[in-house]
Design a protein around this ligand. Structure first.
Ligand code: DGL
Length: 278
């Protein structure tokens, strides 16, 4: 099984790491759209267009299965991706909601995500379709992504950001918090501490792995030949390589540059710039 995984950038490595741990026999092709991240502040149309381009790129790498690791793309572009891609596709939303249901649908449920994810109402609609009466709250935490990108995972700045976004919601005593963004699992410890031990945390990497255990292609017996892993990004691979090696705990991660069809070439950009300037 050759599994494609894409995200708007680095954050999807949280999903990839969980997938590699759970399904070491599979090969993985990861695409981070680092040139166009973040998706969480962009319009639905733009997120859908970028996401379809990412999916198309991964198809050129011969994938049999696609994991949309980005919660924003999962919220805004699943229908468009599914229409485009001939292989099975899994996003982050259904698996997280399944996990919440397996927990007994604890409420109130607090959903955390990017602005685009929260505004899309994708999680909220999914919850209502499974449990119409349940009480749910949702809040965007836009500063969490840059904090994680900077490697700031604990300390006073994280505490301030949590207080800024979450103080009002802590007073609602959520019994479950859904981490609806690729980056938030890296803040799981401070978030869990902030809400206290009575609040259960649901994150996408764990939920996606649980969901994929039900897929036949993910049950292959371990093979002797090691699986392959390929990494592509749409911007300079150097920083991604350093962070991926650190995050995945693997030396010598080879990262290549992906050229997505819609990214203008350098000469097109220059010509465009010249015609705008005259
Ligand atoms: N990957 C995005 C998500 O999970 C977070 C980063 C971004 O805004 O692009 O929603």
């Amino acid at each position: 099984m050759r599994v494609g995984v894409f995200d708007s950038g680095l954050g999807g490595l949280t999903v990839l790491k969980a997938l590699i741990g759970a399904f070491p026999q599979n090969s993985f092709v990861y695409l981070g759209d680092t040139a166009r991240t973040p998706y969480g502040s962009k319009s639905p149309e733009v997120v859908a267009r970028y996401s379809v381009e990412c999916a198309r790129f991964l198809l050129t790498k011969g994938i049999d299965f696609l994991v949309v690791a980005c919660n924003t793309a999962s919220s805004l572009a699943m229908a468009q991706i599914q229409a485009e891609v001939p292989c099975p596709v899994v996003g982050t939303i259904e698996p997280s909601i399944d996990e919440w249901v397996r927990m007994g649908s604890p409420e109130p449920l607090l959903i955390l995500g990017t602005r685009a994810t929260v505004q899309s109402q994708a999680y909220q609609r999914g919850i209502i379709s499974r449990s119409p009466e349940s009480r749910q709250l949702a809040v965007a935490c836009p500063l969490f992504v840059p904090l994680v990108e900077e490697g700031i995972l604990e300390g006073p700045i994280v505490d301030h950001a949590m207080a800024l976004y979450l103080d009002a919601y802590r007073r609602e005593h959520p019994t479950a918090v859904m981490l609806g963004c690729t980056h938030y699992p890296l803040l799981r410890t401070p978030i869990a501490r902030f809400f206290g031990p009575q609040t259960r945390i649901i994150d996408s990497p764990g939920a996606i792995c649980d969901r994929l255990k039900q897929e036949s292609g993910f049950h292959c017996p371990p093979v002797i030949t090691p699986c392959t892993r390929e990494y592509y990004v749409t911007d300079d691979p150097t920083r991604f390589q350093t962070l991926a090696e650190r995050f995945l705990g693997e030396p010598n991660v080879v990262v290549s540059r992906a050229e997505l069809a819609s990214l203008p070439s350098a000469s097109e950009s220059i010509n465009q710039f010249k015609s705008n300037a005259t």
